[in-house]
Design a protein around this ligand. Structure first.
Ligand code: HGY
Ligand code: MN
Ligand code: MN
Length: 411
């Protein structure tokens, strides 16, 4: 176990170095220089663990161990390797590293699975560069069409495919994958909340994932001189945005049952200290375990937009992502719990307040997720930390579960 723990620490430590903001957390945007560095490391490890390495037309990375059954669907195991700006070292990479170590155990024990095993490292789960998020998994499953993918641009107007080519990726490779080629999807992820740490339990078997939606709201007013424009003659895009955003929390609190709403991004144009803003663009992220709460908050947000539209020239809202609440596959949940019991590793059931690629795959195949504790419940910040020993415990549970799902016998 110490060797496994050391190997995990080595992976996490190396991947954490591939950041655009050294010393201030992990910033690894999709198709960036840092993406390319992490990609090379992951592909080298896949090769070292005797996996056949490939990439698809989105830049998702696959490491395959063939099975003995001809044309059989694969058991996918993995997570994402992009990050939020100034995020942590574990959100995503913990799941990719765990999957690599499961494959390493298959190689060490010379397992020949009936069904292929594929380690997968997914791109743009966070949406930090192109917006929306869950892009790699939505692309594979066809939820994000090839056309919509091509049309996505970052804040500098660089398109997805342009950015891919800039780091040597090939957008012409196959994109959408036939769901019949996937038998199951397993993902280890950090909890990103306080529950497991407070319970002092190392493993959470995920039962359900909240539904979520994200909007990009654009408020258009009129630029003007801060000194000479009378207050009564202003069409101030920032004041209007601020008045709306300040009312959002009440919508979620009054909806209740854990409903949450967040404005994480706000851009002001032209952003001059002595200029009345003529445009603001901000995001709205709404989540709940019950779909009707999400829809109620969206309706009330829309009513607020209509109300404040009279103060400015125009307000528009673009929905970038909508995912229903998802439940994990009961059979896989049972396998994960049985493996934990057999290994005498304490576990509990848990629901996810964070979104994950597993919620995308769950419409196309059997899906299971395992959480490990997050120190102080923190995530999406440089302080994010999880114990490599807990990741090692999850590797053992995922190894036993993957053996069952791939029908691999140890010699
Ligand atoms: O936003 C989320 O829940 C995930 O971290 N992308
Ligand atoms: Mn995240
Ligand atoms: Mn994540």
């Amino acid at each position: 176990m110490d060797e496994l723990r050391a190997s995990i620490e080595g992976h996490i430590d190396t991947l954490s170095k591939f950041t655009a903001t050294p010393g201030v957390g992990t910033t690894r945007l999709t198709y960036s220089k840092e993406d390319k560095q992490a990609r090379e490391y992951i592909k080298n490890k896949m090769t070292e663990y005797r996996l056949q390495v490939s990439e698809d037309g989105f830049g998702n990375i696959f490491g395959k161990l063939n099975g003995t059954l001809k044309d059989a669907p694969s058991v996918l195991i993995g997570s994402h390797f992009d990050s939020v700006p100034n995020g942590g070292s574990f959100d995503g990479p913990a799941g990719v590293v765990a999957a690599l170590e499961v494959a390493a155990l298959f190689a060490q024990k010379q397992l020949k699975p009936k069904y292929p095993l594929e380690v997968i490292a997914l791109i743009e789960e966070e949406g930090a560069r192109f917006g929306g998020g869950l892009m790699g998994s939505r692309g594979i499953t066809g939820l994000l069409s090839e056309k919509d993918f091509k049309n996505l641009k970052d804040k500098d107007g660089i398109s997805t495919e342009e950015a891919m080519v800039n780091i040597g990726l090939d957008p012409s490779l196959p994109k959408k994958r036939d769901p019949k080629t996937i038998k199951a999807f397993l993902e280890l992820h950090i909890e990103q909340g306080p529950v497991l740490e407070e319970k002092n339990i190392p493993i959470g078997v995920v039962e359900a994932i909240v539904g979520l939606t994200q909007f990009k709201v654009t408020v258009e007013g009129k630029a003007g001189h801060a000194g000479t424009t009378p207050m009564a003659r202003r069409s101030d895009a920032l004041v209007t945005a601020a008045r709306m955003i300040a009312q959002f929390p009440t919508l979620a609190i009054e909806e209740g049952e854990g409903t949450v709403i967040t404005t994480g991004q706000l851009n002001v144009f032209p952003n001059g200290a002595n200029v009345i803003p003529n445009k603001t663009v901000f995001t709205v992220d709404i989540r709940s375990s019950k779909e009707e709460h999400i829809q109620n908050v969206v309706r009330q947000m829309t009513e607020l937009i209509d109300l404040y539209s009279q103060d400015v020239i125009r307000i528009s809202a673009e929905q970038c992502l909508y995912m229903k609440p998802k439940v994990m596959n009961q059979e896989i949940i049972a396998h994960l719990k049985e493996s934990s019991r057999n290994l005498e590793i304490p576990y509990c059931s848990i629901n996810s307040g964070a979104g994950h690629d597993a919620m995308v795959f769950s419409d196309f195949t059997d899906v299971g997720m395992v959480f490990i504790p997050s120190k102080d419940g923190l995530s999406h910040c440089p302080e994010e930390w999880s114990d490599a020993g807990d990741i090692a415990k999850a590797v053992q549970i995922l190894y036993e579960t993957t053996k069952k799902l791939t029908e691999a016998e140890e010699k």
